[in-house]
Design a protein around this ligand. Sequence first.
Ligand code: FAD
Length: 306
Amino acid sequence: MTVGEEMRRKIANLVSGRILFDEPMCNHTSMGVGGKVDILFYPRSAKEVEKAVSFLVAEDIPFMAVGSCTNLLVGDDGYRGCLVSLMDLQQFEINEESDRRVSLFAESGVPLSRIVEVSVKESLEGLEFCAGIPGSVGGGVWMNAGAYGREMKDTIGSVVVVNGNGKRRKIEREDLPFEYRGLDLPDSTVITGATFDLLKGEKEEIQRKIVNILQSRRDKHPLGERSAGSVFKNPPSSPAGKIIDEVGLKGTMSGRAMISEKHGNFIVNLGGATTKDIVALIDIIKKRVFEQKGIKLETEVKIIGE
Ligand SMILES: Cc1cc2nc3c(=O)[nH]c(=O)nc-3n(C[C@H](O)[C@H](O)[C@H](O)COP(=O)(O)OP(=O)(O)OC[C@H]3O[C@@H](n4cnc5c(N)ncnc54)[C@H](O)[C@@H]3O)c2cc1C
């Protein structure tokens, strides 16, 4: 898509936040790969998200929401259309619901590390599992991010979304179609914030859980290298990392991408990898695992663009 001067002017008048044209997504993805997106913009309020979505729909411009881009691969030839980044939506608030229950509302751009930090400070239980997950609230909810036996769906009270028609609405937990590493809403849905239902707890106990989780992550994951976390969903039979190890693929390289020696379900960028290199490794893994184990692995990372 060529974004002409006229369109650039219209878009510039639309929101007060940053707007980048022809922006290389390798500057934004945790993997450090990805070509140029036509338009990357950063609404500064939920109201601006509504305006942006209404405009993009009316102009028939393809779009999708992004957060910290820690679960995202963008094609080497980029993404034609608009990526709406929620990272400038940073408000949050805590409300005491009863002697025991507290709700924490956070806008989509708030890092998960921040809500973990706040919950420790306020002695709130329920978000310990998010420790060490490098995404944002919006991305975490969209992915139903999880670890150590818990997922977003276990603590979410409600989510605020802007629909494909540009209207904002709140969806209560019981109406949210969460699935394993996903939320089954139309792709045009933009999450602007979420409320987490938390319990008052013991600060030392909460801290102890978090320290253990962070230590376990350091022991198991290649945290010093650029990755997008787990590449594949775990099939019911066994963790994907274990299966990839069993079929002997750890350490396999394609260009400058490598299946981590430390954890089979991580692909790391050794510096200078392309999305093509990573997708080639994904294909090698899928093929070998199916041939040797009869298991069809499904990707957890989102691959978009060309
Ligand atoms: C080192 C490392 C460790 C990780 N460990 C874990 C883990 O333990 N568990 C786990 O589940 N994940 C893990 N991840 C993956 C990732 O951090 C999570 O999936 C995270 O929740 C993604 O958030 P994000 O803001 O980066 O989303 P992005 O990568 O920006 O987007 C991911 C998907 O969510 C959609 N999305 C993002 N924001 C919104 C929004 N506001 N509204 C609608 N859709 C949106 C995007 O369109 C895309 O489809 C890890 C990643 C890394 C790099």
